[in-house]
Design a protein around this ligand. Structure first.
Ligand code: 13P
Length: 253
């Protein structure tokens, strides 16, 4: 398949990683060779505590960094929160927002996710807006409708191909080793592209990077990354091993 969109493989470390684990990031940088650089963008989203160090360690590597969440606010009395401005100040250029773990464990609604995505864009970060259905929703035949509704609620008006990334992460595929069939991924990514067309205009939608996430591994990456409208991956567990993360990036390149 000839790609018209430069793919992005982003690693979401979730709540994993101490200072010593920055070695994973530097290993990835070492393996990100000229051939891969020509074909695929990489980003690493470590926990907030490591973001500044990771950004510094990856300086000059052409590997971006990102936060895993951000506040809807820029600053103020919001104990425990991290603003998009603060993420940007560490050198990060992405912020994951609306991950299903945030939506489920922290009760984040699409309206909140949209506010966070807007805050990210205002701080000149590119939000990676996550959407995805639960197993029950898929079994009830509602997966596409649910994801379209999440998109309508979560995507900031006026987003452009340069200021937005969308990640489709079926909740039931995250950390389970299960993945949708290539046909199901194709159906969903086409539906996402079309819905973005309605929200942002067809020309913009055609350029937005649509990542697939959920149990992506080197062994299944080639199949998933070759599906139409899949422009990269959002990788959890496998991003904690440099060789696996690079294997996925290679499959994408
Ligand atoms: P896994 O790759 O571990 O399934 O996690 C996916 C994910 O949630 C990335 O954001």
């Amino acid at each position: 398949m000839t790609r018209t969109i430069r793919p992005l493989v982003a690693g979401n470390w979730k709540m994993n990683g101490l200072k010593a684990d920055l070695a994973i990031a530097t290993e990835v940088a070492k393996g990100y060779d000229t051939g891969m650089k020509a074909a695929v963008d990489l980003a690493i989203c470590p926990p907030a505590t490591l973001l500044y160090l990771a950004s510094a360690a990856l300086l000059g590597s052409r590997i971006a960094t990102g936060g895993q969440d951000c506040s809807t606010q820029d600053s103020g009395a919001f104990t425990g929160e991290t603003s998009a401005v603060m993420l940007a100040d560490t050198g990060a250029t992405f912020a994951i927002v609306g991950h299903s773990e945030r939506r489920t464990l922290h009760g984040e609604t699409s309206a909140t996710v949209k506010d966070k995505a807007q805050a990210a864009q205002k701080a000149l970060l590119v939000p990676i807006v996550c959407v995805g259905e639960t197993r029950d929703e898929r079994e009830a035949g509602k997966a596409v409708a649910i994801v379209k509704k999440q998109l309508r609620g979560s995507i900031p008006d006026g987003s452009t191909a340069a200021t937005l990334v969308v990640a489709y992460e079926p909740v039931w595929a995250i950390g389970t080793g299960l993945t949708p069939t290539a046909a199901d991924v194709a159906e969903m990514h086409e539906a996402i592209r079309n819905e973005l067309g309605r929200l942002l205009g067809k020309v913009t939608a055609a350029g937005v990077r649509l990542l697939y996430g959920g149990s992506v591994k080197p062994s299944n990456a080639a199949e998933l990354m070759n599906v139409a409208n899949v422009d990269g991956a959002l990788v959890g567990g496998a991003s904690l091993k440099a060789e696996d993360f690079l294997g996925i990036a290679r499959a994408c390149a």
